[in-house]
Design a protein around this ligand. Structure first.
Ligand code: 6GU
Length: 238
């Protein structure tokens, strides 16, 4: 998977792309990441201007972005523009994006990019949530991170992606490691008993409880067994 990031702050990506799983994926050649600075595509260094019609906030000029995009786009590219106006990113979208070969990420700044960039290049417009970032860079990193950890050979254990919250539309059960008593707080006995059927049931119950309590909206897209319904009813009835 190849990523090209179009951003006026290429240095912002140095540390995040040099740590942990992303670093390993780059070292193994599973992903490659390149940045393109639209400012370097100008003769005067100017990449923003006032908006037609008036109003607060500057607009990302179309020419430097177009030059940057034309320098990286091929027929195999998928173009993504990071904007709070975009479709909100979900794990399903991330899973779909793993099938693409080359993803070009446009990091908007200021009030946004000149609309003609959307008209000409027709990018997928993606937002990472209902809040406003000062630019698309952190969102681009979220996309690179979420895609990369799903690519084969990145996670040590394939199961750890399969059991993720949102892959199953349920939040995960609590997890513990040694020591089994810490500041008088004990690990639930069932997890130490070695009965795998009981452990699976306990985790399922905890998942259902947590999801019902914190993210009931997710339950609309979860798949339930008859036993799950019994557990949910029990929880609802206190
Ligand atoms: Cl993709 N960009 C900006 N600027 N703010 C956001 C966002 C993107 N997603 C959520 N907030």
């Amino acid at each position: 998977m190849k990523f090209d990031i179009v951003s006026i702050f290429p240095e912002l990506f140095d540390a995040p792309l040099s740590c942990g799983m992303i670093r390993v994926a780059r070292e193994k050649g599973i992903i490659s990441v390149n940045t393109i600075d639209p400012r370097a595509m100008t003769s005067d260094g100017v990449i923003d201007d006032y908006q037609f019609g008036g109003g607060a906030g500057m607009v990302f000029k179309p020419e430097p972005l177009t030059s940057a995009l034309e320098s990286v786009l091929t027929k195999d590219s998928t173009l993504v523009s990071l904007t709070p106006k975009g479709e909100r990113l979900t794990q399903k979208m991330v899973a779909d994006l793993t099938r693409h070969k080359h993803i070009v990420l446009i990091c908007g700044r200021y009030k946004g990019v000149d609309e003609r960039i959307n008209e000409i290049f027709k990018p997928m417009e993606i937002s990472i949530g209902d809040y406003v970032l000062s630019g698309g860079e952190i969102a681009a990193l979220a996309i690179i991170d979420t895609i990369t950890r799903l690519l084969t050979g990145v996670l040590g254990n394939k199961d750890s992606a399969d059991s993720d919250s949102f892959q199953t539309n349920l939040l995960e059960a609590p997890i513990y490691t040694r020591p089994h008593v810490f500041m008088k707080y004990r690990v639930p006995e069932v997890l130490r008993g070695g009965n795998h059927k009981q452990i699976t049931e306990w985790r399922r119950r905890k998942s259902l409880e947590a999801t019902l309590e914190r993210r009931p909206d997710l339950l609309a897209n979860s798949v339930f067994s008859k036993k799950d319904f019994e557990i949910l009813l029990e929880v609802l009835n206190g």
